[in-house]
Design a protein around this ligand. Structure first.
Ligand SMILES: Cc1ncc(COP(=O)(O)O)c(C=O)c1O
Length: 456
């Protein structure tokens, strides 16, 4: 997928084919989306108006114990939630709390309809060809584990190769480590350049090993690097490998079209895309999901149970054992609609502009700052890892917290990446639709305060 600076009338970058307003469609829905956007007070002159958007996130109106307003710059960890998502969960519990796929009574049927409607919204949001290919999971980690167990245990054998990258989140590393240890298979890694870009020429060499699977992140949670997922998928397929894309940091921030990317599995978490914790999804190709054995077993995933054997349900329910987090998945559907209404092209453009502003302001106002990752905003999402020389990132985060500025410090679940960059830890600022230039200014002045404190 290409990410470009300019977007079309619906807010999507030209040529991505990404759906707007959840529609995959032709001119009429596009025109309807453009009309809806024109009437939406959160969009002005084709751009997001973060001041208006912020008002829809109750937590952004709060302050810390010292009365300093919250400056939330840790959206890569988890995003804040708009009132619409909070209300959807609240309404479920207040008005139609019942289990799904069971109750032959009004609220049970309403709960089932809302839960399955959420699946449809999520499918449309990532342009999945079929809503049955969306398996609800608790998060991206669970979705990757599902594939590693259900597909991996059946298809990976002794001596087989799985290719990952040096920039993977532990969620897209540890499940594969366990699999290859169990099966006596091998892991190989696409290396990165010093500024955090994948070395595709080495990937092409690794593909000569004929890997069974290539799994990589769409957007790096630590460096922000946006990987050329469609091209990587094409190369992997030409070599006969299946492809899993970890979209945990992409689905909330850039237009994602799984049909255009062409991968075999695509995973993401709801809580990073304005949705509730406990929500997430695996998208998988229907034929692959159908051929895979169940992951977890028990209720809901069966068709018939006898004392000594059982027949399993159809996809996606075959993979949804037990009572799901109904309220959370309903909330996820609302979050997908919320982002679709803003337009993912506009979301990307907002965060790209903010990143450009931040890289400039931080280097100007805090000249000693060390920044990591690609410096070209076209190549990265709204994630800025940094260090102040001689000051531990935990100290940086703690001092910033006093002024209400929330950033993450540590290894961000990418210890091998930190090792590769020879860094013990970093501080990380990350954005979302509600982030503003004022947030960046607060970060810059907070960092100057950190420097003053540690100089004295
Ligand atoms: C790129 C990436 N993959 C996977 C995950 C795991 O997400 P979760 O903890 O929601 O399962 C994260 C979380 O930060 C991430 O950034």
């Amino acid at each position: 997928m290409t990410i470009t600076a300019r977007s079309d009338a619906s807010g999507n970058p030209p040529g991505t084919g990404a759906p707007e307003g959840g529609s995959t469609a032709g001119a009429a829905p596009e025109a309807a989306a453009a009309t809806a956007a024109a009437a939406d007070h959160r969009i002005r002159d084709g751009r997001l108006v973060p001041e208006v958007i912020r008002a829809e996130f109750p937590i952004l109106g709060t302050a810390n114990a010292a009365g300093r307003p919250l400056v939330y710059l840790d959206s890569a960890s988890t995003s804040q939630k708009p009132q619409a998502v909070i209300d959807a969960m609240d309404t479920y519990y207040r008005e139609y709390n019942a289990n799904v796929h069971r109750g032959i009574y009004e609220i049970g049927e309403r709960a089932t309809a809302a839960y399955e409607a959420a699946r449809g919204k999520v499918a449309r949001f990532i342009n999945a060809p079929d809503a049955h290919e969306i398996v609800f999971t608790r998060n991206a980690t669970e979705a990757i584990n599902l594939v590693a167990y259900a597909w991996g245990r059946r298809n990976i054998g002794r001596g087989d190769v799985i290719v990952l990258t040096e920039m993977e989140h532990h969620a897209n590393l540890v499940p594969w480590q366990l699999l290859v240890q169990e099966k006596d298979a091998d892991l190989e890694f696409i290396p990165i350049t010093d500024d955090g870009v994948l070395r595709l020429e080495v990937f092409e060499v690794l593909l000569r090993l004929k890997p069974k699977l290539v799994a990589f992140t769409h957007v790096s949670n630590t460096l922000g690097t946006i990987n050329p997922v469609a091209e990587m998928t094409r190369l992997a397929h030409e070599a006969g490998a299946l492809v899993l894309v970890d979209g945990a940091q992409a689905v909330p921030h850039v237009p994602v079209d799984v049909a255009a990317i062409g991968a075999d599995f695509y995973v993401f978490s709801g809580h990073k895309m304005l949705g509730p914790t406990g929500s997430g999804a695996l998208w998988g190709r229907r034929d692959l999901l159908e051929a895979m054995p169940p992951f977890l077993s028990g209720g809901e995933m069966i068709r018939e149970v006898h004392l000594r054997r059982s027949d399993f349900n159809e996809i996606p329910w075959k993979f949804e054992a037990g009572t799901p987090d109904i309220a959370a998945e309903i909330g996820l559907g609302v979050a997908a609609d919320y982002l679709a209404a803003l337009g993912m092209g506009r979301v990307r453009e907002h965060e790209r502009e903010l990143l450009e502003y931040a890289l400039d302001v931080l280097q100007r106002e805090v000249p000693s700052i060390e920044l990591y990752g690609p410096m070209d905003p076209e190549l990265r999402g709204g994630v800025i890892p940094f260090n102040l020389p001689g000051i531990h990132p935990h100290d940086v985060a703690q001092v910033l917290d006093r002024s209400g500025v929330a950033v993450r410090a540590g290894h961000h679940c990418t210890m091998p990446l930190h090792e590769r960059l020879d860094l013990a830890a970093t501080a990380r600022a990350s954005f979302n639709v509600y982030s503003t230039r004022e947030d960046i200014d607060a970060l810059a002045s907070g960092l100057k305060e950190v420097e003053r404190l540690f100089a004295g």
